[in-house]
Design a protein around this ligand. Sequence first.
Ligand code: GLN
Length: 285
Amino acid sequence: MSTEFGLKDLIKDGIEKLQKASDLDATVDAWLLAEEVLGITRVQYFINPQRLVNKEDADKFFKFIDMRCNKIPLQHITGKQEFMGLSFNVNEDVLIPRQDTELLVEMVLNYLKQKIQGKKVKVLDMCTGSGCIAISIKKLAENVDVTAVDLSQNALKVAIDNAKQLDAKVTFIESDLFENVEKQYDVIVSNPPYIKTEEIESLMDEVRIHEPMMALDGDCDGLKFYKKIAKEGRQYLRSNGIIFFEIGYDQGQTVPAILEGNGYKDIKVYKDLSGNDRVVTAGKE
Ligand code: GLN
């Protein structure tokens, strides 16, 4: 009895299983999982679609397909997500880095480019999760000291691992917001949890069931972390320091109001590529 499978049939079966199980993009997902398990590209496939796949790889592929049928995020199956051109390890203890958040990082990088003139700039990433923001800034900006904070020990494990793997020298602090933070910073950047508690129920299964609740839940108004970071952050910002927040699409009025209430100046809201409010910046006098 043959223990090998033809590549073409393998992928076809994978797509069919996914189509039956869910409304996800079956073709894209089956291909991504095949590429992950077999280490082949689509071009290699078209050169020889009949090539044989050994049983071990086929079993692994179908195991991944079953996981995906159960709405486990692709990134939890492959264990990684690309962000700012870098590959980050992820698991269920951290929020999967989102493309929207690249805008936040790009804005910080642009600011740093103008600001850095020989002198070291200190950046604090509050609620770092996988470390994607802090590590990208450290890798892509020159002359920055980056510190990253999270309350979750498990998230910090992932972030520290990512920093090691990407060879980024970032200081990590386990802390409930600023509790264990001592220094002052030129830049505070944060993509905190900002979903309203009552809206969590309506999120996609993939997010609601598989991503960490503590990375999503911004309390009943979704604003808990903005209020705390705006208020407590003032004393950790140097004079002329600047805060960069990622916000939800419907927080373009409320978050600036919080910052204004806490005495910040030059408050600006920026839109993402889809035209939604996404980033707020504010300065300290
Ligand atoms: N800062 C991390 C990110 O942008 C985690 C955000 C969060 O947990 N809310 O992915």
